[in-house]
Design a protein around this ligand. Structure first.
Ligand code: AKG
Ligand code: FE2
Length: 318
């Protein structure tokens, strides 16, 4: 039986905006450490992203995906540029177990993005969300640095280049009688992921062998946060990359946004000394370039081998 969504740990970030409630900051830090060491998943409240912006962006996204397929297909870059991921609209290929379509954008400053002309306001909302979620990513990274017991400012120095972050608007198709998979069980390859979602529900996280719904409560403007593979490797498995999936619901489309706070592709990722040599623990992973792993995962999705296999971080496990 699935557990109630109330069981998802909550981290209240309000004290980090006022900066005068030391007790509240310590409580948030403790809740986050506990969540990240057990399942890598929590609900952030008072996170600094305006509820009005989240609601507006979800409405605009729904209006975009409701357009005819020919219109959506126009949102592709005119020329292939050297971005680490292709910006624009795409739909999962028919052979994929994932049943969604999405619109992807990178940091607007990089100049790779393409936006739908319709609905008006989409571009502004997309850029605004990107900026706010970047700020939230920097805050969570700073908190994580402390939770992990790293020297002050280590992660922000190690991961100072923001050009590999990206964001997607997703729409999941209604479930059929036969099947309801939205996105199969997976872990995210990046550092920290943020999910904003409509009221439909369907996101689930694996906790102690049970799928726990990470759905919005009534009138909820929380953001779901999960830890990704890069943090799991740096911490030598002390912090968990969350296993999660999306299950489709009947008769409705589900809309969400996922913001992937990532790390530059040229960064070498391996367990840090704080989690290995300094505490006399063997590394659980061999090192790799971040982009090699991300490209491996991407290729596996877009050009699945004859015998499809999941590419997971266990690929680098020792
Ligand atoms: O749509 C969601 O709620 C989650 C999407 C997700 O897990 C992903 O894109 O990696
Ligand atoms: Fe994910």
């Amino acid at each position: 039986m699935a557990a109630a969504s109330g069981e998802l740990p909550v981290v209240d970030l309000a004290p980090f905006f006022s900066r005068d409630d030391k007790g509240g900051m310590a409580r948030a830090m403790e809740a986050m450490r506990e969540a990240c060491q057990t399942h890598g998943f929590f609900r952030a409240v008072n996170h600094g992203v305006p509820a009005e912006l989240m609601g507006r962006a979800l409405e605009l996204s729904a209006a975009f995906f409701a357009l005819p397929d020919e219109e959506k297909a126009k949102v592709r870059p005119a020329a292939v540029k050297a971005a680490h991921l292709p910006a624009g609209y795409a739909r999962q290929p028919p052979h994929s177990a994932d049943k969604d379509e999405y619109l992807l954008w990178l940091d607007p400053k990089l100049g790779f993005n393409v936006y739908p002309a319709e609905p008006a306001g989409f571009r502004a909302a997309a850029a605004e969300c990107y900026g706010k979620l970047t700020e939230l990513g920097l805050l969570i990274q700073e908190m994580l640095n402390e939770c992990m017991g790293l020297p002050p400012g280590f992660l922000s120095g190690f991961n100072s280049d923001r050009s590999f972050d990206f964001m997607a608007a997703l729409r999941y198709f209604p479930a059929t009688e036969e099947e309801s998979n939205g996105i199969s069980a997976h872990e995210d390859a990046n550092c920290i992921t943020f999910v904003i979602q409509d009221a439909v529900g369907g996101l689930e996280v694996l906790m102690d062998g049970e799928w726990v719904p990470a759905e919005p409560d009534d009138d909820d403007d929380s953001i779901i946060v999960n830890i990704g593979d890069v943090i799991q490797v740096l911490s030598n498995n002390k912090f968990k990359s969350a296993t999660h999936r999306v299950v489709r619901k009947k008769a409705v489309h589900r809309h969400s946004f996922a913001f992937f706070f990532n790390i530059h592709g040229d960064k070498w990722i391996e367990p840090l000394p704080e989690f290995t040599t300094k505490i006399d623990q063997p590394p659980r992973y061999r090192g790799f370039f971040s982009n090699d792993y991300q490209q491996l995962r991407l290729r596996n999705k877009t050009h699945p081998p004859a015998k499809p296999q999941d590419v997971r971080i266990t690929h680098y496990a020792i």
